[in-house]
Design a protein around this ligand. Sequence first.
Ligand SMILES: [Zn+2]
Length: 87
Amino acid sequence: MAEPVLDLFGFRKPRPPRRVMIRAADVGQAPGLKPGWRTTRGGHFVCPRCGHDAEWRFDLTETEIRAGVACPICNPQPAEVAHAHLS
Ligand SMILES: [Zn+2]
C-alpha cells in the first residue's frame, strides 16, 4: 500500500512511507484568485480513514489535488508521538 504510485504521466514521485493522505471528496474553483495564490483550483478533503474534515483548500495544482493532503489525525506530528509514548 505504501509503494510509490506511477501516475498517469509516467513519472514517479518519491513519497514518505506510511502517510495517510486525504483524497479530495470534491473539487472545484475558488471564486477568485487571492494574492500569492498560484491557482484557484481546490478540493474538499475528507479523510476516508478517520473522517477528519480538512475542509476546502485552494491554491492547489492538479497534481497536488490528485496526491491529496496528509491527514493531521492519522499522521501525528513527531512531537505528539514522543509525548504519547511517555504518557
Ligand atoms: Zn485521518
